[in-house]
Design a protein around this ligand. Structure first.
Ligand code: SF4
Length: 305
């Protein structure tokens, strides 16, 4: 794979950054893909097969955008009404930025769009049931964080929100908007949060005190407190996962692993578990751009990012 110099000074801007040679990059979404189903990883990361956006994914993107912008407002103005007022303008902005979103609704389907916007507003009500944003001042939102582990693997991704307490304690917050059964995705969501915790620990020297999942549809909070030993083990898991991905790439051997998540997979028609045939393995896959994966923010099978 292509070697690229990466300088990582995150969390310590005064530090003299030493160039690091990165051999590969891995985002939590793609790592979770491989854990969930190696063939799904192949379809997304190697074949790079397009996935049509779904209404559920679009709703998740919209709600994330509104929650990000909500914190641009002065604290007293972060009310449910203000959040509701952001829904339509944010949808317009997203459609302009990603025109394929407009294909979710027919041109004359005004009622469909209005219903969609109402459903996003309903998720925001779930948010206000579990948090009061007037009492919060996030340190970071939609922040790209990264770290190099095992001397050559760049791990990075976008976290929804990072809160920093006056005593320096970190809380990583992830909004979950999907309507899918929670238990089907909880392990995947926690894997993603541990990924962020590992990056923060490696770059800032602080183990986040809380990893928080906010389930907006159910208006529920799920908190998890990691510790350093666990993150050491998790780091080994991530590195082992990457080595497994490398081996599978060399062998061109990515097997399907059917599970409940298949119900949300866009690639059933090409999956042997559903009678399909994968496309020929791409010739260029032996030397993919290792950093492309981390630059994008791909959706999970459950459309819950
Ligand atoms: S349908 Fe299921 S087994 Fe097949 S690629 Fe998708 S997630 Fe994997």
């Amino acid at each position: 794979m292509t070697a690229r110099p990466v300088i990582d000074t995150q969390g310590d801007p005064t530090a003299e950054a030493a160039p690091v040679t990165v051999r590969a990059s891995l985002s939590p979404s793609r790592a979770a893909d491989f854990k969930t189903c190696p063939l799904l990883y192949r379809f997304r990361s190697i074949d790079r097969l397009p996935e049509r956006p779904t209404v559920e994914q679009a709703r998740g993107t919209l709600v994330h955008a509104v929650l990000e912008r909500l914190f641009d407002l002065p604290a007293p103005a972060r009310t449910p009404e203000s959040a509701g007022d952001l829904v339509a303008p944010q949808w317009d902005r997203l459609v302009t930025a990603e025109p394929e979103l407009s294909t979710l609704f027919a041109d004359d389907d005004t009622a469909g769009v209005e219903g969609f916007l109402r459903s996003a507003a309903a998720l925001l009500e779930g948010y206000f049931a579990v948090e009061d944003p007037r009492r919060l001042e996030p340190a970071e939102r939609e922040a790209l964080i990264s770290a190099v582990v095992d001397d050559e693997l760049l791990i990075r991704g976008y976290l929804d929100r990072l809160d920093v307490a006056p005593d320096g304690a970190l809380r990583v917050v992830d909004y979950k908007t999907g309507g899918a059964p929670r238990e089907a995705f909880e392990a995947r969501a926690l894997f993603q949060l541990k990924f962020y915790a590992l990056v923060l620990w490696r770059t800032r020297g602080v183990v986040p005190r809380v990893l928080r999942l906010l389930y907006l549809k159910d208006a529920e909070v799920c908190d998890y407190a990691p510790d350093a030993e666990e993150l050491v083990r998790f780091e080994r898991t991530v590195v082992a996962l990457w080595r497994a991905i490398e081996q599978a790439t060399v062998r061109q051997d990515f097997r399907p692993r059917p599970s409940r998540l298949c119900d949300w997979c866009s690639h059933q028609s090409r999956c042997p578990s559903f009678g399909g045939t994968p496309p020929p393995f791409p010739v260029a896959a032996a030397a993919p751009d290792p950093l492309v994966d981390a630059r994008s923010r791909p959706a999970t099978p459950g459309a819950d990012e």
